[in-house]
Ligand binder design. Structure first.
Ligand SMILES: Cc1cc2nc3c(=O)[nH]c(=O)nc-3n(C[C@H](O)[C@H](O)[C@H](O)COP(=O)(O)OP(=O)(O)OC[C@H]3O[C@@H](n4cnc5c(N)ncnc54)[C@H](O)[C@@H]3O)c2cc1C
Length: 375
């Protein structure tokens, strides 16, 4: 009998986990990877789409090109998870497993922020970024608010990248002198674990006249006004929103969450239920919600599953370390390497913005496309 492994969600975490297991174990396992979507989109591609660098077709990596020995990728929507029984119900049937890995990412909760509408005034979903990409050419100057509605949210530097890219955009269109850009963020600084990164971003904001409002979140958007949790309002002609993030309904309904997210051992990603792991944005590890960290967690789980199936000790530990590329505008990219789990507190190293780092970022995306999709 082959070991049955069920992986829920073919995002950063699910794709890396399935690829690692397939590489090591191939047809000796019976793995099913389930996703409701028809393809994978890198988070950072949404910024490229928003500012017209890439189209929706260009950023989508179709699952039809994912072919790995031992893995079946099914396009189904998961409607219920019985973690104890390792049984999952989808819109097309039921799947049972010996090992269950939940990697369903984070959803967006717009109901808690009046005036935020998915697919309309946020750039965190593909439809939202696609819609705003069509709105931008009609923008003729005024007040732009890049506003975060709550923490934790995916990819902490992304709102700052959006503000810097927006500045490039209005400059290219000759609208710089008639535009004011404000970033509202619940975090105390753009990238708290790396003061050097935050300092460089704040210097870039100052050079460009971008206003940063830290420790504050957006509570509502009404007409041309954005309300903040400090009781003040901002004028706003264009709102580029980051919705509140939350675990998806199916994960909450499965009783897997505490304080909104799935509790796990941050080093092994094990949930309280033996043989059930949670990887990526939905897991509460103390590590940011970002693809690189989901990927590192997935590799850890894969290494330990491989060891277990070979009757070897499971010694892999989630590194909680990764590199994030930060769009700085003017075609330059910076990088911050942050290690969250190996020391007494998170520690970041900043690599200043350069054109050379754009090549690194392109390699980051291309290497994953090649590894996961053979593209
Ligand atoms: C604007 C933006 C910029 C970003 N930039 C970066 C960056 O530069 N670097 C970085 O590392 N990260 C970045 N991120 C964050 C990154 O995209 C996420 O943290 C990462 O994708 C999380 O991986 P995951 O595997 O947990 O979930 P995801 O990659 O979100 O995958 C979850 C999968 O589960 C599927 N799913 C969900 N519910 C169901 C269901 N009920 N049934 C079936 N399938 C389901 C989804 O379709 C999805 O494919 C960015 C995010 C955004 C929004």
């Amino acid at each position: 009998m082959k070991t049955r492994i069920l992986v829920l969600g073919a995002g950063f975490g699910g794709l890396e986990l399935s690829t690692s297991l397939s590489e090591a174990l191939g047809d000796s396992i019976d793995m099913t990877l389930i996703d409701k979507s028809d393809g994978f989109v890198f988070g950072f591609s949404k910024l490229d789409m928003l500012f017209g660098r890439q189209s929706e077709v260009m950023i989508r990596n179709p699952y039809s090109t994912f072919a790995k020995p031992g893995v079946r990728l099914l396009r189904e929507t998961i409607t219920a998870i019985d973690a104890e029984a390792k049984r999952v119900t989808t819109d097309k049937g039921t799947h049972e497993a010996d090992i269950l890995v939940i990697a369903l990412g984070a959803d967006y909760d717009v109901s808690s922020t009046p005036g935020i509408t998915l697919g309309v005034n946020e750039f965190y979903s593909v439809p939202g970024a696609a819609h705003l990409a069509k709105v931008l050419p009609g923008f003729q100057g005024g007040d732009v608010v890049v506003g975060v509605c709550g923490a934790p949210y995916k990819c902490p530097p992304a709102p700052a990248e959006c503000a810097l890219m927006m500045h490039d955009y209005v400059k290219a269109r000759g609208l710089e002198s008639v535009t004011r850009i404000t970033l509202v963020n619940p975090l105390p600084s753009p990238v708290p674990p790396s003061p050097d990164t935050s300092k460089a971003i704040l210097a870039a904001f100052e050079e460009r006249g971008i206003t940063f409002i830290p420790n504050t979140r957006v509570t509502a958007v009404e007409g041309k006004t954005v309300a903040l949790d400090n009781g003040t309002n901002l004028p706003c002609d264009l709102f580029l929103g980051v919705p509140k993030n939350r675990a998806s309904d199916v994960v909450v309904a499965a009783g897997l969450t505490e304080n909104g997210w799935v509790p796990v051992d941050p080093y092994t990603l094990q949930t309280k239920i033996p043989g059930v792991y949670a990887v990526g944005d939905l897991a509460n590890t103390g590590v940011p919600k970002a693809g690189v960290y989901a990927e590192g967690a997935a590799r850890t789980v894969a290494t330990n599953i491989i060891a277990m199936l070979r009757n070897q000790p499971q010694t892999a530990r989630n590194p909680g370390a990764g590199s994030c590329y930060i769009e700085f505008g003017a075609n330059r990219i910076a990088r911050v390497d942050v290690d969250f789990l190996s020391g007494p507190k998170p520690f970041g190293t900043f690599h200043g913005a350069s054109e050379a780092l754009r090549v690194d970022k392109e390699h980051f995306g291309a290497s994953r496309r090649s590894r996961w999709f053979g593209l």
